[in-house]
Ligand binder design. Structure first.
Ligand SMILES: Nc1ncnc2c1ncn2[C@@H]1O[C@H](COP(=O)(O)OP(=O)(O)OP(=O)(O)O)[C@@H](O)[C@H]1O
Length: 259
């Protein structure tokens, strides 16, 4: 793997926390900074795959790459968004757990493929399922960094803690390069007390791991997703469009600080 490629997994134990939305919109924001991005859909729900328009015929998915030895290059497709390519998901990913019973091979599948891949991308962003299952373990084992997404709810802390425990376990045993890059709060309704208290509590617990920027609950996101485009291309003046651009800037600032 080219060491200039950063591999980011977007993860959360809970469903509907904005993983797919963040993978897509962060990818777009990074292309706005002149970067090239490969999205990898590791979620068997395949929401990212069905949201973004793939402009070539799809013959292979990430499932074929990790289980059938299909070359990764054969599963990379251009999308209608400039400088974003994708490796699509397949519903078969849901069977991964059953099909690979050999424990020793479990975490190695995607990381082996990615390690051997001579990437020209600046970023590979992996969208994962709302579970700490084999697909997520694969993604984390192959990544440099994790962005955890959460929604403001008192039930979010437990899932976040479980994800962080898994990240630490994988860092200690499988992939020393892995770091929790940041926690991103999404779908924030700023009128509510619960949102303010949640962000406060989260910041007290995880301090600078929490991104300064959080993403507001914004109808433009929903409408953009229906159109299959990043929120910035749907409405560049929307609050979420600006916040996702800001997320990429904050990520850059953090990367510079950690060098
Ligand atoms: N900032 C936002 N404002 C309004 N709606 C949003 C926002 N972010 C995400 N959504 C909507 O919330 C729903 C869940 O978002 P998304 O699919 O990104 O979450 P997810 O974590 O990937 O879900 P899953 O856990 O099922 O994979 C989608 O309908 C999406 O359009």
């Amino acid at each position: 793997m080219d060491i200039t490629t950063e591999i980011i997994t977007i993860a959360s134990r809970k469903g509907g926390t904005g993983k797919t939305t963040t993978a897509f919109n962060l990818a777009f924001s990074l292309t706005e900074q002149g970067r090239e991005v490969l999205l990898v859909d590791m979620d068997s729900q395949a929401n990212l795959t069905s949201t973004i328009e793939i402009i070539e015929e799809v013959n292979y998915t990430i499932y074929d790459v990790i289980t059938e030895n299909v070359a990764i290059e054969q599963a990379i497709y251009e999308t209608n968004i400039k400088d974003i390519d994708i490796i699509p998901a397949s519903l078969d990913l849901a069977n991964l757990e059953i099909e690979i019973s050999d424990l020793e091979d479990r975490e190695l599948l995607l990381s082996e493929v990615i390690n051997d891949y001579n990437s020209n991308y600046d970023y590979i962003i992996i969208d994962t399922a709302p579970a700490l299952d084999l697909t997520t373990i694969n993604a984390l084992s192959a990544s440099n960094s994790v962005i955890a997404t959460v929604r403001p709810s008192m039930y979010s802390f437990q899932g976040l803690e479980q994800l962080i425990d898994l990240v630490n376990l994988i860092k200690a045993n499988i992939n020393p390069d892995l770091d929790l890059e940041g926690i991103l709060v999404t779908q924030v309704d700023r009128r509510t007390r619960v949102a303010k208290e949640f962000i406060n509590d989260l910041s007290n617990l995880y301090q600078d791991k929490v991104f300064d920027i959080s993403i507001s609950q914004n109808i433009a996101v929903v409408e953009a997703t229906i159109e299959g485009i990043p929120v910035y291309l749907y409405d560049s003046n929307s609050i979420a469009a600006k916040q996702y651009l800001e997320l990429a800037s904050e990520k850059n600032d953090r990367d510079i600080l950690s060098i």
